[in-house]
Design a protein around this ligand. Structure first.
Ligand SMILES: [Zn+2]
Ligand SMILES: [Zn+2]
Length: 346
């Protein structure tokens, strides 16, 4: 075993610093010294749901960047010292139709999650990136293109690819009219990516408070969802509406914004929803969802971001302040992603 240090759940809202064991390197494994790990809404959900009596420990964190610190004997794609990025899946079956298609995120026998997953070989519970070292199969680590800041790039690996796949699969490009509902970790990256793809982007937010921020991110407009007149005027005008709101909410106002044959893609809240069929019928509208990304899309997204100067707007905190980051994320007090600097774990 390789020993490292990390932040482990010690109750529903608290983490404590503990020694962690990582597996010895398998032939196709790399060890990554984790430098920066983003704080995702999923981490909050996992901690909220954590049962102190659970047998398996919980170490969150599934969007991180770092440097290769060791390689197994069969690894050819990476060498010690290479900058790498790892997202929210670290293995898959490799043989099902989804894996064959490069959509390991939809693996028919479920992808291995970066934390809280079950390792396919030894059955161990995976422990996440809130730690100084991570061991991962080389196929699920990505070279971090030069030009991308390691801290600001970390959130690309979950928040980024989660909005990138739907933008690409829905054909967003020059002339597309995109609305982004919710301006948080996912939403702010969706705006940047949509604009860089040539689309016009409009932010839908509860109030006008984020108007200036939206403009700075490249959005062409902001519509307050509470402004019934503007919402009515915007009816049927967006080819794609990316809904990144993480709390349960009524989809009807957002479906009304979708243009004929357009799509509402639900990315933030992934629980049960209620839809009036008439809201789809009128305008032949489509409701879809997406999550995470397959390996080709993830690599493509990183290169696109490097080529277009896109990364997350981050607030970097020492990892010892992880509780502060989680508390503030819980209150939506973040613009737009917390990233933990893991160097204080040495
Ligand atoms: Zn995430
Ligand atoms: Zn598979």
């Amino acid at each position: 075993m390789r020993m490292t240090t990390g932040w482990q759940a010690a109750g529903p809202a608290a983490l404590r610093r503990v020694p962690l064991a990582r597996r010895d390197l398998r032939p196709d494994d790399i060890a990554v010294r984790v430098d920066f790990c983003g704080v995702c809404h999923s981490d909050l959900h996992a901690l909220n749901a954590y049962d102190q009596d659970a047998k398996a420990p919980l170490v969150p964190g599934h969007e991180f960047t770092g440097v290769v610190s060791g390689t197994g004997p069969e690894v050819t794609a990476f060498s010690a010292g290479d900058r790498v990025a790892v997202g929210n899946i670290v293995d898959s079956c490799g043989v099902c139709a989804m894996c064959e298609a490069g959509q390991e995120n939809f693996c028919h026998s479920f992808p291995t999650l970066t934390y809280g997953g079950t390792d396919r070989q030894d059955g161990a519970t995976t422990l996440g990136g809130y730690s100084r070292e991570y061991v991962v199969r080389d196929a699920f680590a990505y070279p971090l293109p030069s030009g991308l800041d390691a801290a600001a790039a970390a959130p690309l690996m979950c928040a980024g690819v989660t909005v990138w796949e739907p933008l690409r699969s829905l054909g967003v490009g020059p002339g597309s009219r995109v609305a982004v509902a919710g301006l948080g970790g996912l939403g702010h990256l969706a705006v940047k990516m949509a604009v860089a793809l040539g689309a016009t982007a409009t932010v839908i937010s509860r109030t006008q408070d984020k108007r200036d921020d939206a403009r700075e991110l490249g959005a062409h407009d902001l519509i307050a969802s509470t402004d019934t007149q503007r919402m009515a005027e915007a009816r049927d005008t967006f080819d794609v509406v990316l809904d990144t709101i993480s709390a349960p909410h009524d989809l009807a106002p957002y479906l009304k914004l979708v243009a004929t044959d357009g799509t509402l893609s639900l990315l933030g809240y992934l629980g049960p929803v209620t839809v009036e069929a008439m809201d789809l019928l009128i305008g032949r509208k489509k409701l879809s969802s997406a999550g995470s990304g397959g390996s080709p899309a993830t690599a493509e997204m990183l290169q696109f971001c490097a080529d277009n100067g896109i990364s997350a707007d981050v607030e970097v905190l020492p990892s010892s302040q992880v509780d502060t980051a989680l508390d503030r994320l819980r209150r939506n007090d973040v613009r737009y992603r917390f990233v933990l600097d893991m160097s204080d774990l040495d």
